[in-house]
Design a binder for this molecule. Structure first.
Ligand code: AMP
Length: 144
């Protein structure tokens, strides 16, 4: 059976670190560091996805505009065209989405609500488990 985002969220949990668009980039940098994560999702007051801000955006905005950017709202540097997936999305589909989009985080949406996030680290973990399970099945088949 194909591994889906639902399987991955069942294993890792559905908590997503999210902030509103008015938080400063400096505050968001602290949040990224304290949670040891690479991305935060920016949500509206109704809980809808408004953008994504990753460590890549932090580096880019400081390199382009200088340290003064840290006091700017995160909305000034976030990506607003966010690619999302659903719980039904498969691991293979997600690998294609990340590879073609050249990003390492994909929020999971259900009926317009943020219900999880998958990072490239989660993908690697799930893929290793999938390969190990396949190898076990092949070994069991050969032995039988
Ligand atoms: P990342 O590799 O996830 O650190 O992100 C690289 C760039 O892609 C940054 O500018 C992010 O804002 C953007 N990005 C990250 N995830 C997504 C996504 N799911 N949809 C659209 N852009 C994204």
């Amino acid at each position: 059976m194909a591994v889906s985002v639902r399987h991955m969220l069942d294993a890792k949990g559905r908590n997503v670190v999210a902030v509103t668009r008015d938080r400063t980039i400096e505050e968001v940098a602290t949040i990224l560091n304290e949670n040891r994560i690479g991305a935060v999702v920016i949500t509206s007051l109704e809980g809808r996805i408004a953008g994504i801000f990753t460590e890549r955006d932090l580096v880019r905005s400081v390199a382009e505009k200088g340290a003064g950017v840290l006091s700017q709202p995160v909305s000034s540097a976030m990506t607003t065209t966010v690619t999302r997936c659903r719980e039904e999305t498969t691991l293979n589909e997600l690998m294609g989405i990340m590879s073609s989009g050249r990003f390492r985080h994909v929020p999971v949406e259900d009926q317009g609500r943020l219900v999880g996030i998958i990072s490239i680290g989660d993908i690697v973990k799930a893929r290793i488990q999938e390969v190990e399970t396949e190898a076990e099945q092949i070994r069991a088949y050969i032995a039988s």
